[in-house]
Design a protein around this ligand. Sequence first.
Ligand code: ATP
Length: 443
Amino acid sequence: MDTFEKIGSLAKRRGFIYPGSEIYGGLSGTWDYGPLGVELKRNIKEEFWKTMVRNRDDVVGLDAAIFMNPKVWEASGHLEAFSDPLVECKKCHHRFREDNLGEKKECPDCGGKEFTEPKQFNLMVEASLGVIEGEKQKVYLRGEITQGVHVNFKQVLDSTRIKIPFGIAQIGKAFRNEITPGDLTFRSREFEQMELQFYVKPEEKEGKKWFEYWKNERMEWYLGLGMKKSNLKFREHEPEKRAHYAKAAFDIEYKVSDGSAGLTPSSWKEMEGIHHRGDWDVGRHSKFSGKDLSYFDEESKERFIPWVIETSGGVDRAALFFLMDAYHEEKLEKETRIVLKLHPKLAPYKVAVFPLLANKENLVKKAKEIHGELKKKWMVAWDERGNIGKRYRAQDEAGTPYCITVDFDTLDNNSVTVRDRDSMKQERVAVKELSVYLEKKLA
Ligand code: ATP
């Protein structure tokens, strides 16, 4: 089994990720998040929001509509840029104008030799608004969440007291008619992005400073949530492959470990992009809307179109790679244990509570009491099926950091067994100290 298959199988078995509309045969490139997956994803978004918005004075949040005036996509270049006849490399999924591939028909990025048929295609997903046939307006589901921020640049400025340099962060769904969706959620047709658009003075020094700053911040964010350093790296986009307006672009890539049955083209995969977009966005929207979106700097008394440093990550890709990074198979004496060593901040359940035996009323009652108490603070799982060993295995696969067992001693001395997911060590903890104990452990 390759890494994607392993994760896919665990994700389905435990309720992280299911194929979309599966009972109807599915729908290519769509995925549904189950009870554990939705928690993981919410936790990722929550951490993003805390780090990027709440804990800062220079970033505000926004939640723009998915439908936008189609002119937005003309201005952003999406309609134009995606309407060439293109082929896609079947190995690395990068797209090229067929005529740029040359005689040998070899992928310039990965050396792949197989391509999809050339197609006049547009990545934008079309929809129509209005109820009367013939009078419907063609619109697009946004292909990236970025533009919703830039079209609100002026409104945010006018309605807050924020000054350049500052950023606007957003999390939301984006849609792309990917030709070859695959590798689980890695390339989907509907996915979520978490982004920051950071506006700076249009000066080389400023642009460079903030670009380096955000590159570093974003890498630290993934590391701080437990991703292994050896599985992360930056990849710089070659100047000739960057969008023409981009002044610099780096990706944060995640290393998908081997064992891939040819499904994965290279082991390093894009997780997030950090882009220096120059004045492209605000400049284009000024021009296309006919509205003056320039910024007046009170200090220098200058008026200018700001430059933008963007950080653009995929929530689904991050979730997938957090799962991969956390996935461990450990050989124990009699079996192999599968455990997700997720960072406690990301783990769907922080704690699980078990009564030792499901048919002993007093044990169940006591365990329910503890469960109810802890639930006021955390997501807490409950399990009374099978034996304790089986319950531990289930929680290991769910990534639950701590399991609490209520046994007969609990009824005597009001203490419980707390078992650590990673070390599998057990400790006896007084019930009245549980909350403080877990708070420390989960911090
Ligand atoms: P790729 O080269 O893999 O198609 P991209 O360079 O087009 O990605 P961006 O437009 O920079 O991606 O989007 C920013 C982020 O959004 C990506 O780093 C990725 O995490 C996420 N993303 C983009 N397309 C998809 C997709 N089809 N499915 C899931 N996530 C995606």
